[in-house]
Design a protein around this ligand. Structure first.
Ligand code: NI
Length: 190
C-alpha cells in the first residue's frame, strides 16, 4: 500500500471526465489502486475519495463515513523521507466502481461539504436528499442500493468528481471566488 499525492485546485486534471473501468480491468492493479486510495484518504482524514483526486481518470470511488477506529492498528509509513504512523483505518470501507445515480429525489437536503482537493474550505451545498445508486464491486458484480442522509450526499459529491466537478462549482460565482481567495490566503500563510 502507498499514500498517493492528492491533486488540489486549480490542478486542471481535476476537471477530467473519468473513464469507465472496463471488464478486463478488474484485476490486481485495480486492487492496488483501491488499497492506495483508502490509505491516502485515511491519512488525510477524509470520508470519500475519487480516483481522479490521485490523478487516475477512472470511475472509482472509495467512501468510509465511520469515525476513526481507535482500536485499529495504525498504518506505518516511510514516505516523505521519514518513518511515521498514520491514523488507524475506519470501520466501513466501501468501494463503488462505475457508479450511476438512478433516481435522485426532488427533495433537497443541505450539508456543509469539504473536499480533500479543496483543503480547509467548507460550504453548504444542496443536493437531492436520497438517490439510488448502481455500481460494481471489485469482482465486477453489480449492486443497487437506495441511499439517504450523509451517504447520499457523499456519493453525489464523489460522483461529481467523475465529471470533473467540485463542490465549489455548486456555489454562486461570488461565493466560489471567495472560497478560492481564502484558500490562496491559507496557502500563503502555511
Ligand atoms: Ni471531493
Amino acid at each position: 500500500m502507498a499514500i498517493r499525492e492528492i491533486l488540489e485546485v486549480p490542478d486542471p486534471r481535476l476537471k477530467t471526465v473519468s473513464e469507465p473501468v472496463n471488464a478486463d480491468e478488474f484485476n490486481d492493479d485495480l486492487r492496488v489502486l483501491i488499497d492506495d486510495m483508502f490509505e491516502t484518504m485515511y491519512a488525510a482524514h477524509g470520508i470519500g475519495l475519487a480516483a481522479i483526486q490521485v490523478g487516475v481518470p477512472k470511475r472509482i470511488l472509495v467512501i468510509d463515513l465511520q469515525p476513526e477506529d481507535p482500536d485499529a492498528e495504525p498504518i506505518e509509513c516511510d514516505h516523505d523521507g521519514h518513518k511515521h504512523t498514520h491514523p488507524a483505518t475506519k470501520k466501513e470501507p466501501r468501494v463503488f466502481i462505475n457508479p450511476e445515480i438512478l433516481d435522485p429525489a426532488e427533495e433537497l437536503s443541505t450539508y456543509q461539504e469539504g473536499c480533500l482537493s479543496v483543503p480547509d474550505i467548507y460550504a453548504d451545498v444542496d443536493r437531492p436528499a436520497t438517490c439510488t445508486v448502481r455500481w460494481q464491486d471489485l469482482d465486477g458484480n453489480e449492486h443497487t442500493e437506495a441511499l439517504e442522509g450523509m451517504m447520499a450526499t457523499c456519493i453525489q459529491h464523489e460522483m461529481d468528481h467523475l465529471e470533473g466537478v467540485l463542490f465549489i462549482d455548486h456555489l454562486s460565482r461570488l461565493k466560489k471566488q471567495m472560497a478560492l481567495k481564502k484558500l490562496k490566503k491559507l496557502r500563503l500563510a502555511a
